[in-house]
Design a protein. Structure first.
Length: 359
């Protein structure tokens, strides 16, 4: 694959790339650059942005020739007081998260699964973390608190101050040429770009993917951009804000039917986001079934065509929602089946159900 073709694939993942020129140089130098993404194991549900959408994005990256590392960041969850600060429980959720990724048709030949425990045991991790901490100010690290779902206004525990330094160290300990995380992780990735060369490392290329919007109505404009971003994310503490990987067909239909989807509006419309980032990545055509008296069935080959019809008022939100629920279930049903048939995944989920915690 030519570099320009690789760049096109990566751009289909990244809402922002720092920088495209550096990415081009990287593909010219390396046949198989290394990228990584990490997830803090938290809560007892895995939503589709963590599971299905990650598989979609990673498969695009590996198709471009990238070797990928998926990191279940267990120690980070411990530092962030997830699951009551119980590292054993966090590890169990991390192991289940890996099983979910495997069930999502991820390109397993080009993906390596790790836990942060693996990095921490390599002998150099804490030295790298300390180097990053010594070359950063407390104020700069606190400004990165968004990466762990916190605000600069929050009273942070000392362990949470370590978190951004650890996540920055992950990049260099993994040997990642590319950080491929969500836009909410931007600040720590920029920190890595700035601090890497100072410490004798490299400047990683940043590919920030779009954060899939939650299903609930967004907050008003009277809050900061950072607060809006955090409020619009899917939240495990608000189950109706997200479709989870183990949701039944009935649950999917119920949540989508209640979702925010203003008529003729594409901006901040979560149902259209599901179409753009998930459905059109997995289906060649998107079919919306309607009675003849309401115009009959519609078939779309591109998201742009769908959005235009919706904004023009030629497609009602109720018809769109019904079709989205059907297509989402088609994607999640085989994943649910694989997880139910897996003895390992079943055992892990049985353990997780006993935790009785959501954060």
């Amino acid at each position: 694959m030519k570099p320009e073709e690789q760049i096109k694939l990566v751009k289909s993942v990244g809402e922002e790339i720092l920088t495209e020129e550096e990415l081009t140089e990287l593909f010219e130098k390396k046949t198989h650059p290394v990228a990584y993404d990490g997830f803090e194991p938290s809560g007892t549900n895995i939503h589709i942005a963590q599971g299905l959408l990650r598989a979609i994005n990673i498969n695009k990256m590996t198709k471009a020739g990238v070797k990928f590392v998926m990191l279940a960041a267990d120690w980070h969850g411990w530092a962030n007081n997830k699951l009551g600060g119980d590292l054993e429980k966090i590890n169990i959720v991390g192991d289940y998260l890996i099983e979910v990724w495997k069930a999502c048709d991820m390109d397993l030949e080009n993906v390596k699964f790790m836990r942060s425990t693996d990095l921490i045991n390599n002998g150099t991790y804490w030295k790298t973390t300390m180097q990053i901490a010594r070359n950063s100010t407390v104020n700069r690290i606190v400004r990165c608190s968004q990466i762990m779902g916190r605000s600069e206004k929050d009273a942070l525990q000392a362990s949470q101050i370590f978190y951004p330094c650890m996540q920055c160290a992950d990049i260099f300990e993994i040997g990642a040429d590319i950080t491929q995380l969500g836009m909410d992780q931007r600040k720590v990735n920029v920190l890595a770009r700035e601090i890497g060369p100072k410490l004798g490392f490299w400047k990683p290329v940043v590919v920030n993917h779009h954060m899939l919007q939650g299903l609930l109505q967004p907050p008003g404009q009277d809050v900061s951009q950072e607060e809006r971003m955090m409020a619009m994310k899917m939240s495990k503490s608000k189950p109706d804000s997200a479709i989870f990987m183990n949701d039944t067909q009935e649950e999917i239909k119920r949540k989508i039917s209640k979702a925010y989807c203003p008529e003729k509006q594409a901006f901040e419309n979560p149902i259209l986001e599901y179409c753009k980032y998930i459905i059109f990545s997995k289906f060649d055509n998107f079919i919306i079934e309607r009675p003849v008296k309401w115009g009959g069935n519609l078939e779309f080959a591109s998201y742009e065509e769908l959005e235009q019809k919706f904004v023009n008022g030629e497609l009602h939100p109720a018809d769109l929602k019904q079709a989205v629920a059907i297509h989402l279930n088609k994607l999640l049903e085989p994943v649910r089946n694989k997880l139910n048939q897996s003895k390992k995944a079943t055992k892990l989920m049985e353990q997780i159900k006993e935790f009785n915690v959501t954060k």
